[in-house]
Design a protein around this ligand. Structure first.
Ligand SMILES: Nc1ncnc2c1ncn2[C@@H]1O[C@H](COP(=O)(O)OP(=O)(O)O)[C@@H](O)[C@H]1O
Ligand SMILES: [Mg+2]
Length: 386
């Protein structure tokens, strides 16, 4: 397939929910997802399981290579990468991830170290490391606000990516244009609403159509502030719940609830799940999965939310022969190995059909291209208006 050059959106995840009929419902793109460390750890388990005779295909087999490739396209051997995160040395998922990435870079011909914004000084539009006075050749940005865009330094991802990627409504609109080219894609009907009255208007609109809807902040992350309004909720109940919503920057979106497929966990309960395609330098490199921490039958609203920050659980996504609905669940043979991980993973695999994976690859790469073009266009417009 024709591969376009990606200018800005070089480290991307494209998130979907599979619905009951096996369609890919697009949710959002992210520019700062925790992934490489999680993917590699889980990939080791899949490799051992495949070697033990489980007929599954490891979707993340080339993940590490493609991740490094994306940096190699931007750097020469021996050049310096500064991994910038909000804090360092604090026990957390992000700390494990950046330590892993640092090691990976250093083992593969780069010079990498971890920094926080305080470690830098800005001089005449250039960013230097305070201690050494050196100018890193590339910054891998693993925080939400630093460095600002427009400095003379190569950043993956430059903060300008965030302006678009973070705006769910904007991205949904451009992904909707791809629906006609990808029969597997569904983009949930979504409306933007700034104020309580507008939110109410769209909620009643969905209720009148006999549909449940989701209200969520347009520019937040981690499953924050998500509300489910059922079509059967009374007017009083709707007024009461929406009355409690506080204004947020970027406003809210009101979105049709996806009739999500359920994942049968190793504990036999059923959960909603989503999948995240990691796309590096425009190429799909791996697939991550998450399921909700709360079974759907226990609490419908909490049961929809899969974010790790809201008690979601990691899934290992593999591929294999699947007939009905494009996905299935398969028991892990090396579930004992899960105890070696320092994060919670379900004991069942999520298995996707080969056909669905192929569609996801084409679609996710196309979505990243589209968002990348959108970023480029906004930058040109921004300069023209300046
Ligand atoms: N329209 C929807 N229908 C059903 N579940 C949804 C819908 N939108 C979001 N969710 C659930 O909530 C989670 C968080 O929503 P998302 O749009 O990804 O925002 P965030 O930026 O907070 O991650 C999703 O991963 C999914 O599990
Ligand atoms: Mg999300």
């Amino acid at each position: 397939m024709r591969k376009k050059y990606i200018n800005y959106f070089k480290y991307a995840s494209v998130d979907y929910m599979i619905d009951k009929d096996g369609f890919l419902n697009f949710l959002e793109v992210n520019d700062n997802t925790l992934a490489p460390y999680f993917i590699e750890k889980k990939s080791e388990i899949v490799e051992r399981d495949t070697a033990a005779g489980n007929p599954i295909f490891n979707l993340n087999r080339h993940h590490k290579l493609l991740f490094l490739d994306c940096f190699r396209k931007n750097l020469k051997e021996g050049q310096q990468i500064a991994i910038v995160c909000k804090e360092k040395g604090v026990k957390s998922g992000i700390e494990n991830e950046v330590q892993y990435i640092k090691k990976l870079f250093n083992q593969n011909g780069f010079q990498a170290d971890i920094y926080t914004p305080d470690d830098f000084i800005e001089q005449e539009g250039e960013l230097r490391i305070k201690k050494t006075g050196e100018k890193p050749d590339l910054i891998f940005r693993r925080n939400f606000s630093f460095p600002e865009s427009g400095l003379s330094i190569n950043v993956i991802n430059d903060l300008c990516v965030r302006n678009i990627a973070n705006d769910k409504f904007k991205v949904l609109q451009s992904v909707r244009l791809l629906e006609k080219y990808f029969p597997v894609l569904r983009v949930p009907e979504t409306y933007k609403a700034e104020y309580t009255e507008e939110i109410l208007k769209w909620v009643f609109f969905f209720q009148q159509k006999g549909e449940d809807c989701i209200i969520k902040p347009n520019c937040l992350y981690g499953g924050q502030g998500l509300l489910l309004i059922k079509c059967s909720d009374s007017k009083e109940e709707v007024y009461r719940r929406i009355g409690q919503i506080n204004p947020v920057e970027g406003g809210y979106i009101v979105q049709r609830k996806i009739e999500a497929a359920r994942f049968r966990s190793g504990n036999s309960k059923k959960y909603c799940f989503d999948i995240r395609c990691m796309v590096y330098g425009g190429r799909m490199a791996g697939i991550e999965g998450r399921r909700s921490g709360v079974p759907f039958a226990e609490n419908e609203e909490k049961g929809l939310i899969t974010n790790i920050a809201r008690n979601g659980v990691d899934l290992i996504v593999v591929s294999g022969p699947v007939s009905r609905h494009n996905y299935a669940v398969r028991k892990m043979k090396c579930e004992g190995e899960l105890s070696s991980l320092d994060f919670k993973v379900d004991r069942n695999y999520l298995m996707l059909s080969y056909g669905l994976v192929k569609c996801m690859r084409n679609l996710s790469e196309r979505i990243v291209e589209a968002v990348d073009s959108q970023i480029k266009n906004e930058r040109i417009e921004g300069k023209e208006n300046a």
